[in-house]
Design a protein around this ligand. Structure first.
Ligand code: PLP
Length: 431
């Protein structure tokens, strides 16, 4: 399979190069040249296939022959070693729980898949690849866990000192081996700026192969298509139109859902549920795309002012605003509304939603008011334990640590403290 750059100035590349480079030379995101529909026979009979079989059918055209089928199947099997249950919340609303992986955030699937692909694709090279990533919380843990022990791959994670939760910090700093954590005296934006500078610094890139591990990388973005198939497989009533409400930040997850629809999955509509960082909500109302600086909220994985994957959504809909409008609604909610929703869901359904899932729930509710003849699935993107300080006071209940978290919370943190770009540079070049 070939991938082209959405800036249209760089050469087409193979899956391997798209994964290793992350971003094209012209700074564009990669996009697959061809998207082939799956057979309707397969889609009509999803219940008869295992998750691994479904994922293999869904992803194989995007990998092509660059990874042998038997290896790809093994990669998928290792990636999907946990459940994706669809849970009833109330009439016409269900949630797909994506948090049963090792770091309890939905980013585990993409990170684990990408790590294993990169390990395979780079297996014979004597050059190590260094994955350099800035995190505001969840990405770092998923990447650290996903890449742990992968041969020929080093991971360097920058995180803002004292601005991630205790659980998140432990997930980044206690693994050892090929995972290095840099604790930056500064904000997430400072971390991000250092990472961007390093990618453009030829005195670094001349000496080592750097790649990114956020959802601009096709190997992290595309496996997210699986979720929509897993949800559809579990729906009891397939005759009623199904709508997905996706709590969105960089729009990688919802964009993967739109790819699933292109593959033939009968998704009736999408809802991009946003916190007050709502560039897309405003765009869908006005047709005017205005990026803004991000604001801090209690659903902080969605505090994004300039969503990197929206350009891929534009490509899927041929830059046709009216075509996009046929498939997408977008709503935006405040922190107060999000807290109210968490309490409401807890009281009426005895279900604890995390703040991101609660935003997804609100989107589903709002859509159902207008279109009651549909069923909505909102994606629950993180386990509530990752946001204890927000949730516990709202529902007035102590949340127990699941085993994945208990296992790391007592471990000792290992991180190198840095405050300037030059310190990052010597850290990278010294290794
Ligand atoms: C990353 C993240 C999101 C946003 O996903 P995008 O693909 O960036 O839109 C939502 N919820 C949680 C918990 C996340 O970690």
């Amino acid at each position: 399979m070939k991938y082209y750059s959405l800036n249209k100035k760089a050469k087409e590349v193979s899956y391997k190069d798209a994964v290793i480079k992350g971003l094209a030379e012209d700074k564009g995101l990669y996009f697959p040249e061809i998207i082939r529909k799956l057979s309707s026979d397969f889609i009509d009979n999803l219940e008869q296939y295992s998750n691994v079989e479904i994922a293999f059918e869904v992803i194989k055209q995007f990998v092509g022959d660059e990874i042998p089928e038997i290896v790809l199947k093994e990669i998928i099997k290792e990636t999907l070693s946990f459940d994706f249950p669809l849970v009833d919340i109330e009439e016409n609303i269900k949630t797909l729980e994506l948090f049963h992986g090792p770091t309890m955030a939905f980013k585990d699937v993409g990170a684990r898949f990408m790590a294993r692909c990169l390990g395979y694709l780079n297996r014979e090279s004597d050059k190590e690849v260094t994955v350099l990533v800035a995190t505001s919380g969840d990405t770092g843990g998923a990447v650290a866990s996903g890449f742990l022990g992968v041969k020929n791959v080093n991971v360097v994670i920058l995180y803002p000192s004292k601005k991630v939760s205790e659980v998140q910090e432990k997930q980044l700093t206690t693994l050892g081996q090929n995972i290095k954590a840099l604790e930056v005296k500064g904000t997430f934006d400072d971390c991000q700026a250092m990472v961007k500078k390093a990618f453009l610094d030829t005195s670094i890139t001349g000496k080592m192969q750097l790649t990114s591990a956020n959802s601009i990388n096709v190997a992290r973005w595309l496996p997210q298509m699986f979720y929509f198939f897993f949800a559809y497989k579990q729906l009891q009533d397939k005759l009623k139109n199904v709508v997905f409400s996706v709590p969105s930040g960089n729009f990688g997850n919802i964009c993967a859902g739109m790819m699933a629809k292109r593959l033939g999955l009968p998704i009736y509509h999408f809802i991009a549920s946003n916190n007050i960082n709502n560039v897309v909500t405003r765009y869908m109302q006005t047709g005017d795309y205005q990026i803004t600086p991000s604001h801090q909220t209690i659903s902080n994985a969605m505090d994004v002012g300039d969503p990197s994957n929206f350009i891929r959504i534009q490509e899927i809909y041929n830059n046709d605003f009216n075509a996009l409008k046929e498939d997408l609604h977008s709503y935006s909610f405040t922190d107060d509304e999000t807290r109210e929703a968490m309490l409401h869901i807890y009281k009426t359904s005895n279900y604890i939603a995390d703040p991101h899932g609660a935003v997804g729930y609100l989107g589903a509710k709002k859509y159902l008011k207008k279109y009651p003849n549909t069923q909505c699935v909102f994606l629950e993107t993180a386990h509530p334990v990752k946001f204890l300080d927000v949730i516990e006071p709202v529902i007035n209940k102590i949340i127990d640590y699941p085993p994945q978290i208990k296992a790391i919370i007592g471990k000792t943190k290992v991180a190198t403290s840095i405050s300037t770009y030059d310190e990052l540079k010597s850290f990278l070049l010294d290794k």
